[in-house]
Design a protein around this ligand. Structure first.
Ligand code: ATP
Ligand code: MG
Length: 234
């Protein structure tokens, strides 16, 4: 479960990238933050994952405040950024073992999880190759395996489908659904209404750093129908 309470942040003391947003994401749901370029999606995710400290407000994960216990919150999260370009000189398997070390995953558990996840995402045959030699989609997939190796309770992805082929997108969507069926949480950001509608249980629309809508997919469709009707009248 994730809770954001009146969270704001400024860049350089002046640019208000996120303006007093409040959200509640429950266990068992895939939640989408939907909005155009520059709306504040990545900034919000950076605050949820402890990369950026909010100027005001607080965020808690499973009841633990990120302000007070940032390390503990980070242990509960698996985060995949929008452009995964880290650890390029490592081989896939070295990166996965590094992530398992970071999260204290036992040798036995990591072996099993790496095997299962790599097979699932069709990455088993390239684990001995350097990440530098991977395509964009493969880099994203190795990073997904890396953040899932400790079986986090909250899985966060910034623009999850960018750069993935249709089959990989399908596999990731399936894995997200299994994650929440296990009473865990998935939080994604997207610029695509199609992704939001197809993947998410609930969606918040962010615009100019503010939440302008939050609801389920039926309510989202209704929101856009009303907006279209308003536009056709004016
Ligand atoms: N490091 C930074 N310094 C100054 N301003 C920033 C910085 N990062 C983001 N911003 C500004 O904050 C606002 C929100 O940016 P953010 O990256 O959160 O948007 P986004 O919704 O993720 O967009 P996109 O869909 O393009 O990824 C934008 O106005 C952006 O210009
Ligand atoms: Mg972004």
């Amino acid at each position: 479960m994730i809770e954001l309470k009146n969270v704001s942040t400024f860049y350089g003391g002046t640019v208000k990238a996120v303006n007093s947003i409040s959200l509640q994401v429950s266990d068992g749901e895939i939640f989408g933050l939907f909005g155009p370029n520059g709306a504040g999606k990545t900034t919000t995710i950076k605050m949820m994952t402890g990369i950026l400290v909010p100027t005001s407000g607080d965020i808690s994960v499973n009841g633990v405040s990120i302000k007070e216990e940032s390390a503990e919150v980070k242990r509960m999260i698996g985060f995949v950024p929008d452009a995964p370009n880290m650890f390029l000189s490592l081989k896939g398997i070295e990166y996965l073992n590094f992530m398992a070390d970071m999260y204290d995953v036992s040798l036995c558990d990591r072996k099993e999880r790496i095997e299962v996840l790599s097979k699932r995402l069709e990455m088993s045959s390239v684990l001995r190759d350097p990440i530098q030699s991977y395509s964009h989609g493969m880099r994203k997939k190795i990073e997904i395996i890396g953040v899932l190796v400790h079986n986090p309770s909250v899985w966060i992805m910034d623009e999850p489908m960018t750069g993935l082929d249709p089959r990989s997108s399908y596999l990731i969507t399936e894995m997200m659904r299994e994650h929440v069926n296990d009473q865990k949480t998935v939080f994604i950001s997207t610029q695509s209404l199609d992704v939001a509608e197809k993947i998410c249980d609930r969606v918040a629309i962010i615009h100019n750093g503010q939440i302008v809508f939050c609801g389920n997919i039926d309510e989202l469709k209704e929101h856009f129908q009303k907006q279209e009707a308003r536009n056709s009248v004016s």
